[in-house]
Design a binder for this molecule. Structure first.
Ligand SMILES: [Zn+2]
Length: 81
C-alpha cells in the first residue's frame, strides 16, 4: 500500500552535488529597498510603502552544500506559492 498523497512529485528539485531536496537558499544581488515613512506628530514614523527592486542576479543555492543550482531557479520560481 502506497499512500498516494506522499508520493514525491516528478519535478522536485534535487541538488546534483549532495542530493538535498529539502532546503534551498535564494540570493538576490544588488537589491535596492525603498521605503516611504510618514513622521507622526510625536516624532515617530509610520511605514507607508515598501518597494524593493532587484538589480543584480538572483541565485538559487543548496542550503546543505551551498552549490550554485541557479539552473533550477526558473522551476523554483514556478513552484513558489
Ligand atoms: Zn547540495
Amino acid at each position: 500500500m502506497q499512500p498516494t498523497d506522499l508520493a514525491p512529485a516528478a519535478n522536485r528539485i534535487i541538488c546534483p552535488e549532495c542530493g538535498n531536496d529539502e532546503d534551498f537558499i535564494e540570493v538576490a544581488e544588488n537589491v535596492v529597498i525603498t521605503t516611504l515613512y510618514t513622521q507622526n506628530k510625536d516624532g515617530s514614523f509610520t511605514l507607508q510603502e515598501d518597494d524593493s527592486q532587484v538589480l543584480g542576479a538572483i541565485k538559487l543555492l543548496c542550503a546543505q552544500c551551498e552549490a550554485d543550482i541557479s539552473q533550477f531557479h526558473g522551476r523554483f520560481a514556478e513552484m513558489l506559492f
